[in-house]
Design a binder for this molecule. Structure first.
Ligand SMILES: Nc1ncnc2c1ncn2[C@@H]1O[C@H](COP(=O)(O)OP(=O)(O)OP(=O)(O)O)[C@@H](O)[C@H]1O
Ligand SMILES: [Mg+2]
Length: 363
């Protein structure tokens, strides 16, 4: 959707509003259960509500780590098992033992900062057992038997103050992390090596060599789409070792306005990888790529280039609940086609493609 023209802010806000609404429904259920069973966790409702706001952006950061959904579910479950289950129990125990208390405090900060789930669980555990904190860390310090060992407040410094602060701040700082990763600005720092000189040209068709020479000699502005020496290597974990996969070996081409160009190849030849590189979804290992003079491998260049891209990906390009007309209206609005021209363009496209009879059929 982002490559197709949705603004980053609209894309993420759409997800956020939906996830917060679901999170709040769940939070209200938990709060009702706490009230029904009369569990002694005063103030826990605030942590639970804050978690509904700060957890979604923290989980969005995972979306940048996985290309495929295959293993992501089990890896995230493992992460939550460590941070949201074992971690809070371990830190709570460390807090109770005098000799490890100094380690527990920084650990609580670090784990809460990297995982809001940790913050909410450890906060609720601390609130439930807050009489322990009154006992092991009396309010007026090292005062022997005369000190105040009464139950501290829920958000006392010794109890759930850290989770409260982190969950509140998390709403902001997790969004900064998502914005930083997704904005493409980091690509300004990521250096993609320039295309290496073609060395081994043996067995390569002459027209391919000629095209590469043409593109190499051409200025960036000469071709609306200019790809030179693009390579992409993946490393894949297989049989206890990392193996290098050369998905795209060395591709160069220049396209002029009005040209209809197709990439053909057997399954696994690297077509999708090539399109992912051109649209800025992944970075090449080596090469040069520009669209209308904008360097796709640089943050601002990519953002400008995307204004000119219409992209139909291999998977997930259609929405089952939308009709043919609704799809065309959606993409027309995303690409900024003015309202008065939309109807005629949509009609023309449906007629040209022979799909007018399916206008109101869901995809
Ligand atoms: N994220 C990835 N990690 C590791 N290897 C990958 C990744 N993406 C693609 N590959 C590998 O790169 C090679 C090229 O894949 P790609 O999907 O680009 O091929 P394709 O030409 O689009 O194939 P198809 O016609 O089946 O769609 C394949 O060997 C594939 O397994
Ligand atoms: Mg493909």
């Amino acid at each position: 959707m982002i490559v197709s023209g949705v603004r980053l802010s609209s894309y993420w806000m759409g997800h956020y509003v939906k996830d917060v609404v679901f999170g709040l429904i769940l939070a209200v259920w938990v709060i009702i259960l706490i009230a029904i069973f009369d569990i002694d966790v005063p103030g826990a409702w605030l942590l639970i509500i804050l978690a509904a706001f700060s957890m979604p952006p923290s989980l969005y950061t995972f979306s940048f780590m996985f290309d495929k959904a295959d293993n992501s579910g089990s890896i995230i479950s493992f992460y939550l098992f460590i941070f949201a289950f074992l971690g809070p129990i371990a830190v709570f125990v460390l807090q109770l033992i005098p000799s490890t208390r100094s380690v527990a405090k920084p650990l609580k900060w670090i784990c809460s900062l990297v995982c809001p789930q940790f913050a909410v669980v450890s906060g609720i555990i601390s609130i439930s057992f807050r009489e322990f904190f009154g006992f092991i860390e009396p309010a007026d310090g090292d005062c022997g038997t005369a000190c105040d060992r009464s139950k501290p407040e829920s958000f006392d410094e010794r109890v759930a103050q850290v989770p409260l602060i982190v969950l509140l701040a998390g709403i902001g700082y997790w969004w900064l992390v998502v914005a930083f990763i997704d904005s493409g600005f980091w690509k300004m720092c990521a250096r993609v090596p320039n295309a290496s000189k073609a060395t081994d040209q043996e067995g390569v068709d002459e027209d391919i060599i000629n095209e590469e020479k043409h593109v190499e000699a051409a200025a960036v502005e000469q071709y609306p789409i200019r790809i030179y020496g693009a390579k992409k290597n993946f490393s894949s974990f297989n049989k206890c070792s990392f193996e290098k996969i050369e998905a795209v070996k060395r591709v160069s081409f220049g396209l002029q306005y009005g040209e209809c160009f197709a990439l053909l190849g057997v399954s696994g030849a690297g077509k999708t990888t090539m399109f992912k590189m051109i649209t800025g979804e992944i970075m090449p290992s080596e090469g040069q790529m520009s669209i209308i003079g904008n360097n796709v491998l640089a943050g601002t260049g990519l953002m400008n280039a995307r204004k000119y891209i219409g992209y139909c990906p291999q998977f997930d390009c259609l929405y089952p609940v939308l009709t043919v007309r609704e799809h065309l209206e959606l993409y027309a609005s995303l690409k900024g086609v003015v309202q008065r021209l939309r109807e005629s363009i949509i009609m023309k496209l449906m007629v040209d493609m022979g799909i007018l009879e399916y206008e109101h059929v869901q995809s």
